[in-house]
Write a protein that binds this ligand. Structure first.
Ligand code: KIV
Length: 266
């Protein structure tokens, strides 16, 4: 039987200098493939609001949506360490509500950890969760749930004050007990500084090569949506073309009565 990665396995890999490979996943087919290819961790990100549900931000994602997809991903995988994203409004209202929601995610989905965007108000939540045995992943730099105050998705940490605040937040998150921190769209120099100062892994997305690992949205790196052209995304496949061509071929086979053939019938 395959043994699922534990927090200790992740820490061992980090301490040995091995880079951590992380991808998002939301459904059975992709989660199964990503897992069997050997990914270290899978994040059931609230990016599902954009790539699965077709919204233009992550704000509309509900706790129930994250739980639904996380439960599927856990059931469909054997080896990867699974992290569920805490969606907008699931942790901002009160510490009590945040802790209850995080514990519910863990209890009902069977995932291994939760991720929370930002520091500040979240520090007591993270302290309590780690105290009761829940691994928490932090998230600094660009925090997509704050799109309305940011006015978009800009690179973070270019201004000195902003960089100092991020360094301070990273220290606070580590002290509060997070096992890892996502750094999203952070300038490379600042990423290097934060990564070398911490004793926990940083997982970068659009933050250069100096992180302890990398994460990408699986739909983006597989080229599922031809209109996605982010500088930081390397497209490892061109599935939008593969799928479009396959569907066109199927349509024409049906119209021309080439499908099904005799061998495909009973
Ligand atoms: O929601 C998500 O997929 C994320 C990653 C981009 C880190 O938060």
């Amino acid at each position: 039987m395959v043994k699922r990665n534990t927090i200790t396995d992740i820490q061992k890999k980090y301490c040995s200098g091995e880079k951590l490979a992380v991808l998002t996943a939301y459904d059975h087919s992709v989660a199964r493939l990503v897992d069997s290819a050997g990914i270290d961790m899978i994040l059931v990100g609230d990016s599902l609001g954009m790539v699965v549900q077709g919204h233009n931000s992550t704000i509309p994602v509900e706790l129930d949506h994250i739980m639904y997809h996380t439960e599927i991903v856990v059931r469909s995988t054997e080896k990867a360490f699974i992290i569920a994203d805490m969606p907008f409004m699931s942790y901002q209202i009160s510490h009590e509500e945040a802790i209850r929601n995080a514990l519910t995610i863990i209890k009902k989905t069977g995932c291994n950890a939760v991720k929370i965007e930002g520091a500040g108000f979240n520090i007591p939540i993270i302290e309590r969760l780690t105290e009761v045995g829940i691994p928490v992943m932090g998230h600094l730099g660009l925090q997509p749930q704050s799109v309305n105050i940011l006015g978009g998705y800009p690179v973070q940490g270019r201004e000195k004050a902003e960089a100092m605040k991020m360094i301070e937040d990273a220290r606070k998150l580590e002290k509060a007990g997070v096992f890892s921190i996502v750094l999203e769209k952070v300038s490379s120099d600042l990423t290097a500084e934060i990564t070398s100062m911490l004793n926990i892994p940083t997982i970068g997305i659009g933050s250069g090569s100096d992180c302890s690992g990398q994460v990408l949205v699986v739909n983006d790196m597989l080229g599922m949506d031809e209109y996605i052209k982010f500088k930081f995304v390397r497209k490892y496949a061109d599935l939008s073309n593969v799928i479009t061509n396959a569907v066109k071929e199927y349509i024409s086979d049906v119209k021309e009565m080439k499908f099904p053939a005799q061998g495909e019938s009973f």
